[in-house]
Design a protein. Structure first.
Length: 283
């Protein structure tokens, strides 16, 4: 009888130990597991003189945003010479989650104005929607079908990721925003069109056309960590965007630069994700 009690107690202790270990393992996995429910996203975009496109692209944003449990769409517009702002207001009247921020007489070059608008939207996301999970940045000058889903990609994004950016169905196009030291494509291809010699997966040669010829189709094929990218859509984990991250559209000397590069330089884990497909002219 004594031996029976002993073995019963031993088995119970072993079960308790195994259960405790399983809880610890679950906690460890949870630290890097993606969010799976109650996801909230701030969708943002800049619009100017795109009256024709915005009627399509804004509805497409609503379609993608509606996959989340809660969402808001913030659109920045400035100095349009057409009815872009009116088209956005029309949609906002029907859907109060769509909000227009419109300004007049904004000075500067195109990239300066874009940086200004993107920073304004970023500040609103950080302050008003600080408890949201994701910031989704989208270009709005398109009329084709965009990616099938954003929420499904966001749901599976590891917690340590800063964000993922889009590929194209056929040819990757956004080389101005692209930087990859792994591929030796780590400079402004609009400004520096020199050749670089060296070993490795990428040749790092020439300007944007050379990059496109070498990598235009290859970049669409696999998940790849980069220093900077955009290509029309970026999904960012809002809590992983450092406070110092801002968009900058000009050099200290006043030359235009891609505004995404400065912002991305503060993100520690940025990837190109082949599941996130943006609309392009060669669809």
């Amino acid at each position: 009888m004594g031996y029976t009690v002993y073995w019963v107690l031993a088995i119970c202790v072993a079960i308790l130990i195994l259960y405790s270990l399983s809880l610890n393992a679950t906690d460890a996995k949870a630290s890097s597991a993606p969010i799976t429910k109650n996801m909230k996203a701030v969708f943002v975009g800049c619009a100017r003189d795109i009256e024709t496109q915005v009627s399509h692209s804004l509805q497409d944003m609503i379609r993608l945003a509606s996959e989340f449990d809660d969402y808001v769409i913030l659109i920045y517009e400035n100095d349009s010479s057409d009815n872009t702002a009116d088209r956005i207001r029309d949609v906002s009247k029907q859907n109060p989650r769509v909000k227009l921020i419109s300004e007049k007489n904004i000075p500067g070059t195109r990239t300066q104005r874009l940086a200004h608008g993107r920073n304004l939207l970023l500040t609103m996301a950080r302050t008003t929607y600080y408890d949201f999970d994701f910031l989704v940045v989208m270009d709005m000058d398109y009329t084709r079908s965009n990616t099938d889903s954003i929420a499904s990609i966001a749901e599976q994004m590891p917690l340590e990721y800063s964000g993922v950016t889009a590929v194209s169905r056929k040819t990757y196009y956004d080389w101005w925003a692209f930087r990859s030291s792994e591929l030796r494509l780590d400079y402004d291809c609009h400004k520096e069109k020199h050749l670089r010699e060296g070993e490795g997966e990428g040749e790092g040669e020439g300007g944007c056309d050379a990059w496109g010829s070498l990598w235009g189709r290859k970049l669409n094929t696999k998940l790849r960590k980069v220093e900077s990218a955009f290509n029309g859509i970026g999904i960012y984990r809002l809590s992983n965007i450092p406070s110092e991250a801002t968009y900058i559209g000009e050099t200290p000397e006043g030359a235009e630069v891609c505004e995404h590069v400065a912002f991305n330089s503060h993100l520690s884990n940025l990837y190109i994700d082949p599941r996130l497909v943006t609309s392009t002219w060669d669809d």
